[in-house]
Design a protein around this ligand. Structure first.
Ligand SMILES: [Zn+2]
Ligand SMILES: [Zn+2]
Length: 255
């Protein structure tokens, strides 16, 4: 399996960055998890949008779904009409996307995207991969996801404060992509539905995750400092997500 980081900036992009998005590729399966602003351009460097198996949006915050808009127009006006792309998102998500569109564009939305409600307790098969969703602790409905394929597993926190559901999602995974929006000293600010470096490290440690990838760092903070703080509490391999980063999972081929 190949994971490409499309975007890793928290809330708004760093210079040259993009907000959250990840591409999971296993055989013929191309699954996009979150598609924040700036991600579609980076996605197209890895795979064409007509080749996607599904897009999953973990929660309806702009920095996680903004590029659904350009994706919608790209699909809608493509000569081959590759409509009906599977779109998993929290209940009512597509109608929220449609609110700022004109009448005609809104009418096409459910043809271009085949909406599927994301909820906890279900297992979603997307080509060769399986996805399960776990509720987050965040101001809007959202889900951390666990994604599994042949011989590998990963979890992605989405945006969340500490919750036992997150530890459950990441239990024993090969790779845990976890938000670490803030430094450890910002625990009070993080209590509104985000994690500090220490909390991300603690969640990874509690889950027994084999490798930790920190993401969604607020752009005014230094990733190296967040990384050093996470290392104080997590004893596995840890690094910071960067746009364009590619990780391979499965078998011994972890690069
Ligand atoms: Zn976010
Ligand atoms: Zn959010």
């Amino acid at each position: 399996m190949m994971l490409t980081v499309l975007g890793a900036s928290g809330t708004y992009p760093r210079p040259g960055g993009a907000c959250n998005g990840y591409l999971v590729q296993e055989g013929e399966t191309n699954l996009v998890i979150d598609l924040g602003n700036g991600c579609l351009s980076r996605l197209r460097m890895a795979v064409e949008f007509t080749e996607l198996s599904a897009v999953l949006i973990t929660h309806m915050h702009i920095d996680h779904f903004a590029d659904l808009y350009p994706l919608y127009y790209a699909l809608r006006f493509h000569p081959g009409k590759p409509w009906g792309l599977r779109l998993l998102l929290p209940e009512g998500g597509l109608s929220l996307v449609g609110r700022i569109l004109g009448e005609d564009a809104r009418a096409h939305l459910p043809r271009v995207f085949r909406e599927e409600a994301l909820c906890s307790g279900n297992i979603y098969q997307i080509g060769d991969v399986y996805v399960s969703a776990f509720p987050t602790s965040h101001p809007v409905e959202g889900y951390a996801v666990r994604v599994e394929g042949k011989g590998w597993s990963l979890a992605y926190s989405s945006d969340t404060g500490p919750t036992p559901h997150l530890v459950e999602a990441a239990r024993g995974v090969d790779l845990f992509i976890c938000e670490a929006t803030l430094p450890a000293s910002y625990q009070e600010e993080a209590s509104h539905g985000h994690m500090t470096s220490h909390q991300a490290g603690e969640a990874a440690e509690a889950a027994g995750a084999r490798r930790l990838l920190l993401t969604h760092i607020w752009p005014t903070f230094e990733p190296v400092e967040i990384l050093a703080e996470a290392r104080e509490v997590y004893h596995g391999e840890v690094e910071v997500a960067r746009e364009g980063m590619v990780l391979r999972l499965g078998g011994a081929d972890v690069a």
